[in-house]
Design a protein around this ligand. Structure first.
Ligand SMILES: *[C@@H]1O[C@H](CO)[C@@H](O)[C@H](O)[C@H]1NC(C)=O
Ligand SMILES: *[C@@H]1O[C@H](CO)[C@@H](O)[C@H](O)[C@H]1NC(C)=O
Ligand SMILES: *[C@@H]1O[C@H](CO)[C@@H](O)[C@H](O)[C@H]1NC(C)=O
Ligand SMILES: *[C@@H]1O[C@H](CO)[C@@H](O)[C@H](O)[C@H]1NC(C)=O
Ligand SMILES: *[C@@H]1O[C@H](CO)[C@@H](O)[C@H](O)[C@H]1NC(C)=O
Ligand SMILES: *[C@@H]1O[C@H](CO)[C@@H](O)[C@H](O)[C@H]1NC(C)=O
Ligand SMILES: *[C@@H]1O[C@H](CO)[C@@H](O)[C@H](O)[C@H]1NC(C)=O
Ligand SMILES: *[C@@H]1O[C@H](CO)[C@@H](O)[C@H](O)[C@H]1NC(C)=O
Length: 829
């Protein structure tokens, strides 16, 4: 091409530029966009033009890019010449008649960047869509409706931003592979070291790498989500889909309401974040990130090792496997992983053992078929000696077959998510499984000689008679005291609730007939007693008052929820007892009782140092995250308060009392209730006012709790000589004048940075508008990192007098429903 004449002609055309502005979202053939000019998508969502990134004044580097037109910060979504800046304002973008976009530096007359074109092009036009996609299409029809066909599009060449509608994956027909590479820094868009990409070996997977090293494996698609992205679930902001056929494999998401913006972005620091635009704060807010804990590191536990964030140490060998190098393993160097205790020999007796709740291992050496059943899958795997494991391909429809060859690596165990995998084990292991599954009775009959059995039986009988006499002597409860054999823990007949049953007599014995001296306090629906089982275990028994009608509901609620939840920051239930009128729940005993007893008593408060308090705050946050996001049920607690945080021997916090908890299904993240329950001082405005509860009402309560922990003051009943604000208002006032440290309990010593940051996070949690409040995974990240935090806005309920913040217009309704508020007793159990 004869460039000089061409360009002369272009600049000539330029003077007629206004002729083209009837459609300011397009670039016509031979039209030039110079530095300073822009084109804007139809609904003014995106703008294309030249920019200088960041706010540095040291560089005049100019880049051609696309940014959100109406947003003020961090708006650049795409950069054309990221590795090749233009030094002066001399860039010119032109659409050539052959459909190629060319970016030139008119000073030096060099081509800086150009798009590509295929085949013959008759009448091209470039158009910036409201999705942020710059498309070059052929034809007079500017509306880009020619069967979705196009010459070139910027969505096929993304930089660091994953916009709604963009297809992340590959398209064989177009020869397109999309991936995201971070900027080098906030003001340098050139390719940084981090990349998120799809790997198409075996079952396609998403990885993040730094340089050449794999950092994270976000995993393969299982029909519902990527195996390593638990946070991906149906929500009110975006829908998502995954398509896999001979031609295309991709994942994409779409906005549900175009006025609610969301994007994903790989930051220069290597964090893949989902960000939501919050109009009120005029800023991007982190919604989720798949990489929140240490278990996400690729291959942390080596082959056949499994990472469990709940355990310490977090790496363990899968059952039937043992550390390859025990001494290294002992020193927490797990990379060599584990090996089989019994090697495989490809004999006929070999079979598969099921491992549940796992993140499936790396599938780069795998094979899959969408139509096979699990049974066919097993047969195929069994027939190939080098096949090490199999699983269902699609857990949404329970179809398909996925086979692994070679070592299994990058497995983790989730407490309440993940899926099943069947791993090939030796014949002897299969035998072991069979043995353990045989009933104990049978085993005893085979193994233990009859004589010993008889002796034991005799002993038991004698013991029973003796104990019976004892309890008779104790008197009045004898009529209900049944056979002492009943004191053993039985499996519940109800298969739904695998909750052990305690007999009434056991609990009577353990609590000294519910003596007043054993009473620990009053829980949500009845008194709580301390007890001691025959085997020495200490327990807490919560007894439903006979008179309480509402209590029955809460009792059921608690049984249903807590029996299905397991987390080290939730109180553990040991069993229950339902006999006649009596209904009781049995928990592990928490020697340090409720957090309120520590916080709100002068003498004990002093014993709680900052390290412990920070540990407690983090523990509560993790427990709450588990309830909200990671547990199968997805639960809103609704009554989070100091009295419901119990402390174990080592001052680990455990959330308790699920009497008011509610589970929320996939889509309805927000629910309405007629009966407002909870505790004043911890209730969020939208809940106390309108009965609307969501995970964000728990986040509010959490924020209040954190301020109480830091200050050692109660929110409700807080008094200050200078104003009528409650603790939230007080904290807000001090924050605004930059005097947060005055809030902090005088007896605290600790990292000032950590304390200030914690208060800042708490203030973010108690913001009046639920949308402004972070979700718990964000809270945890904010507490544990030291990056910048968003500015909090005014908290809800910051005056005790007015009860409801000035921004809450629902006070009429509030008056009405406040009658229905049941304020739970502040006493702990
Ligand atoms: C664009 O410029 C080329 C060469 O300068 C010319 O041949 C062509 O007709 C022009 N096309 C339009 C649509 O103006
Ligand atoms: C922009 O400038 C402000 C103040 O000079 C600075 O705090 C901030 O970090 C800068 N931002 C970027 C992206 O460079
Ligand atoms: C940028 O423009 C300045 C003068 O405006 C000139 O001195 C300099 O050489 C130009 N740089 C480049 C790379 O063209
Ligand atoms: C990233 O995408 C480019 C094309 O846009 C492709 O050439 C490259 O192979 C991809 N890298 C990976 C790791 O997929
Ligand atoms: C989208 O959100 C806006 C503002 O939140 C609302 O006014 C509008 O009705 C919503 N549109 C749809 C289709 O839900
Ligand atoms: C966003 O906030 C601005 C004021 O900050 C307001 O004018 C605009 O209507 C808001 N947009 C939406 C969609 O709520
Ligand atoms: C799988 O089943 C679908 C329909 O159930 C069918 O269209 C497809 O051809 C099958 N694929 C294979 C490989 O058999
Ligand atoms: C596994 O073994 C079979 C033969 O049994 C062979 O055809 C296949 O290529 C092997 N696959 C791998 C991944 O080694």
């Amino acid at each position: 091409m004869a460039a000089p004449t061409f360009f002369f002609f272009i600049s000539f055309i330029f003077s007629f530029h206004t002729l083209f502005t009837t459609a300011a979202d397009t670039i016509a053939v031979n039209q030039t966009i110079t530095d300073g000019e822009t084109i804007v998508s139809a609904e003014q969502t995106f703008e294309l033009g030249f920019f200088t990134p960041g706010n540095t004044t040291t560089t005049r580097n100019r880049y051609l890019g696309i940014w959100y037109k109406r947003l003020a910060t961090d708006t650049v979504a795409w950069v054309a010449n990221r590795n090749n800046p233009i030094a002066n304002n001399s860039g010119e973008l032109t659409l050539r008649p052959d459909g190629v976009l060319v970016l030139r530096d008119s000073n030096t007359n060099t081509i800086i960047w150009s798009s590509s074109s295929t085949g013959t092009v008759r009448n091209p036009v470039a158009k910036l869509l409201d999705s942020g996609n710059l498309m070059v299409v052929d034809g007079d029809d500017i509306s880009v409706n020619n069967n979705g066909d196009y010459i070139w599009q910027s969505f096929d060449h993304p930089t660091d931003t994953f916009l709604p509608g963009l297809k992340f994956g590959r398209n064989l027909a177009k020869g397109v592979v999309t991936n995201f590479t971070s900027w080098r820094s906030d003001d340098d868009p050139s390719e940084g070291e981090f990349m998120v990409y799809m790997d198409f070996d075996g079952l396609p997977q998403v990885f993040q790498k730094r340089g050449n090293e794999i950092q994270y494996r976000l995993g393969s698609w299982n029909g519902l989500r990527f195996t390593g992205m638990l946070s991906l679930s149906p929500n009110s902001i975006f829908t998502f889909s995954h398509v896999s056929n001979e031609n295309e494999i991709y994942y994409k998401f779409e906005l549900i309401n175009r006025s609610v913006l969301t994007k994903m972005m790989l930051t220069p620091a290597g964090n893949m974040l989902r960000l939501n635009w919050i109009n009120r704060t005029q800023g991007w807010f982190m919604f989720s990130t798949p990489t929140v804990d240490s278990c996400v590191r690729y291959g942390l536990c080596g082959p056949y090792g499994s990472c469990d964030i709940e355990q310490s140490p977090s790496c363990a060998c899968l059952r039937g496997f043992t550390p390859k190098d025990p001494s290294e393993w002992g020193l927490a160097d797990w990379t060599n992983g584990c090996e089989r205790e019994i090697p495989l020999d490809c004999g006929a007796g070999e079979g598969f053992r099921r491992y549940s709740s796992v993140k499936l291992p790396d599938t780069r050496r795998s094979w899959y078929d969408m139509n096979m059943t699990l049974k066919q899958c097993e047969v195929k795997c069994k027939n190939e000696c080098n096949c090490t494991a199999y699983s269902t391909l699609d857990i949404k429809y329970n179809t398909g077959c996925l086979l692994w060859y070679g070592e299994l690596i990058d497995i983790r165990t989730y407490s309440d998510a993940g899926q099943d995998i069947y791993i090939r084990v030796a014949a002897a292991e299969i035998e072991k499984d069979k043995t353990t599954s045989r009933s104990k009775k049978k085993v005893r009959m085979i193994v233990i000689p009859v004589m010993i059995g008889l002796t034991v039986l005799l002993g038991v009988c004698l013991l029973t008679i003796l104990k019976r006499r004892n309890s008779k002597a104790q008197g009045q409860h004898d009529s209900i005291a049944k056979d002492r054999e009943g004191s053993k823990i039985y499996e519940s007949r109800d298969n739904d609730l695998d909750l052990p049953l305690f007999s009434l007599s056991t609990l009577l014995g353990a609590t000294n007939n519910f003596s007043f001296n054993n009473k620990l306090g009053e829980g949500g629906f009845g008194p709580v007693y301390k007890g001691c089982l025959d085997d020495g275990r200490e327990i807490a028994v919560k007894r439903l008052s006979e008179s309480s009608t509402q209590g029955v509901e809460e009792f059921k609620n608690e049984v249903i929820f807590i029996s299905k939840l397991q987390h080290r920051n939730l109180v553990k239930i040991l069993g229950c007892c339902v006999e006649g009128e009596e209904k009781m729940l049995v928990y592990e005993y928490m020697p340090n009782k409720g957090l309120d007893l520590f916080l709100f008593q002068e003498a004990k408060r002093k014993t709680l140092n900052w390290t412990q308090r920070f540990h407690i705050i983090n523990g509560i946050a993790r427990g709450l995250l588990y309830l909200h996001q990671d547990s199968r049920l997805r639960i809103i607690h609704r009554d989070l308060k100091a009295a419901n945080i119990l402390l174990d021997h080592d001052m680990n916090p455990k959330i308790s009392d699920f009497g008011m908890a509610r589970s929320f299904g996939g889509n309805d993240n927000e629910t309405n209730t007629n009966r407002v329950v909870g505790t004043y001082g911890y209730m969020s405005p939208e809940y106390a006012g309108d009965g609307i509860f969501s995970v964000k009402s728990d986040v509010f309560s959490f924020g209040v709790l954190v301020l109480e922990i830091v200050s050692g003051q109660k929110n409700r009943g807080f008094f200050h000589q200078e104003h009528h604000h409650n603790l939230l208002g007080h904290a807000w006032r001090l924050y605004k004048v930059g005097n947060t440290l005055e809030l902090v309990d005088a007896s605290l010593d600790g990292s000032t940075f950590e304390i200030l940051r914690t208060v800042h996070v708490a203030l973010l949690c108690v913001q009046n508008n639920p949308d402004d409040r972070p979700i718990m995974s964000t809270v945890i990240m904010m507490l544990s990192s030291d990056g910048p935090l968003p500015e909090p806005r005014q908290p809800g309920f910051y005056t005790e007098d007015a009860k409801f913040g000035p921004e809450n217009s629902a006070s009429m309704q509030t008056e009405k429903s406040s009658n229905e508020i049941t304020v739970t007793l502040l006493k702990p159990r």
